[in-house]
Ligand binder design. Structure first.
Ligand code: SAH
Length: 398
């Protein structure tokens, strides 16, 4: 087998079970591994550290499959890993698995580059690294028992470019898939459009936060749901007793699905309104028209992909939250999120504090939120924690 020998001192992160080896840590490569091929990892004294997947393209040269040097990376390996991921979800959900949840969360489940979301009997997968791509068949085979209806691949993710891989999309096993997969979340009916929806078709990571929005809702509240996508938070707000929700997104297809979702749950167009607009512009228009809201939800797309974009992203989050805080009624609630991994908890909290200061808002943080428990983060891989949320109340102004 091809072998990667680390530079002296570069074994420490591997010994702490962090699954990435950057190019700068590689001392020598023995053999000529192709992208995606399995390599043996040795420290500078030739002690075996485990097995990983080689990429000659990415800045992450090796992603570790196993810290056990005696492991074999084959179909049985993926079967064991995916079975363990399923068992973990059963524990997380106390044996009451929801109809839709993340079954495999990449590095955190010991499977770098592999994401699999289950929507009832169907799985939607993303294979984002050369190693995951290499073992496509083994991974699909291991997922099939949990997704007897079929497996659809949505490997049309940006990360693949960095690995020198082309986007891949299409049915992987079983099927055919229904045009839209119906499922319920927190008692609400939704549909997953696996083929053309975002990510795997739905933002499953916000599941418990939608339940929080529902439970924190003030009866009759007027809610502004920004970056609404297919309306998940808006419906949660109505479920919790909101009077009316204005759902804003720049994608008309997302809004069309949002309206379908409202209909499926018996909410009329009066209570569930949609606006196709740029959120920043819409918030400014509301400010100019002196409008105000009881509850505002901000769930923007990722503003920063890398640490280098962090400053610019922080300014974006600040502008957004400042605008929103100005539109909030006294006693009103803000639910604000960032799904940029490059923004850590501390920086996000600082950005919100700074927006509150500029808005002359006495803003009280009542809850900190994160991605749902099916996206559990391995303690060895803090990078897996990407979704942060703050729920707070505008206690007063000035
Ligand atoms: N809250 C959603 C997920 C939001 S994803 C849920 O719970 O399902 C981010 C959304 O922001 C996408 O739907 C995207 O179309 C939208 N978007 C991105 N940039 C935008 C902008 N500048 N103005 C309005 N919507 C935007």
């Amino acid at each position: 087998m091809n072998t990667v020998i680390l530079k002296s001192g570069k074994e420490h992160s591997v010994l702490r079970r962090h699954p990435w080896i950057f190019t700068g840590a590689v001392g020598k490569v023995e053999g000529d591994p192709a992208n995606g091929e399995t390599v043996r990892i040795l420290d500078s004294k030739k002690n075996s550290l485990g097995l990983g997947t080689w990429s000659g393209v990415s800045s992450i040269a090796v992603r570790i499959w196993s810290f056990d040097p005696d492991e074999t990376i084959d179909a049985a390996f993926f079967q064991r890993k995916i079975a363990a991921a399923y068992e973990l979800r059963k524990t997380i959900f106390n044996r009451a698995l929801p109809e839709a949840f993340r079954l495999v969360y990449a590095e955190s489940d010991g499977l770098p580059g592999v994401i699999a979301d289950l929507y009832r009997d169907y799985a939607v997968v993303q294979l984002s690294t050369a190693g995951a791509d290499h073992f496509r068949d083994e991974i699909a085979g291991a997922l099939l028992p949990y997704a007897p209806g079929g497996i659809y691949e949505r490997s049309d993710v940006d990360g693949r470019k960095r690995e020198g891989l082309e986007p891949v999309k299409g049915l992987l096993r079983g099927g055919p898939l229904p045009e839209k997969i119906d499922f319920t979340e927190n008692g609400l009916r939704f549909q997953c459009d696996a083929v053309s929806g975002h990510k795997t078709g739905f933002y499953l990571d916000q599941r418990i936060n939608r339940a929080v929005v529902s439970s924190e809702m003030t009866a009759g509240a007027e809610v502004l749901n920004c970056f609404c996508y297919t309306g998940g938070f808006g419906l949660a707000a109505l479920q919790g007793g909101a009077g009316k929700v204005i759902n804003v997104d720049s994608s008309e297809p997302a809004l069309e699905q949002a309206r379908l979702h409202a209909g499926l749950n018996g909410f009329s167009g009066d209570r569930f309104q949609t606006v196709c607009a740029d959120v920043f512009q819409y918030l400014r228009r509301c400010r100019d028209a002196a409008r105000s809201f009881d509850v505002i939800i901000l769930d923007p797309p990722k503003f920063a992909d890398t640490i280098s974009q962090r400053e610019k992203a922080a300014r974006g989050y600040k502008d957004l939250n400042l605008l929103a805080l100005k539109l909030l009624k006294p006693g009103g609630k803000l639910f604000t999120f960032s799904c940029s991994g490059a923004m850590d908890d501390e920086l996000f909290a600082k950005v919100i504090a700074s927006a509150a200061q500029d808005a002359q808002a006495d803003f009280r943080v009542v809850r900190k939120l994160m991605q749902g428990p099916d996206h559990a983060v391995s303690a060895n891989f803090p990078e897996g924690h990407y979704l942060k949320g703050i729920c707070g109340i505008l206690a007063g102004r000035g």
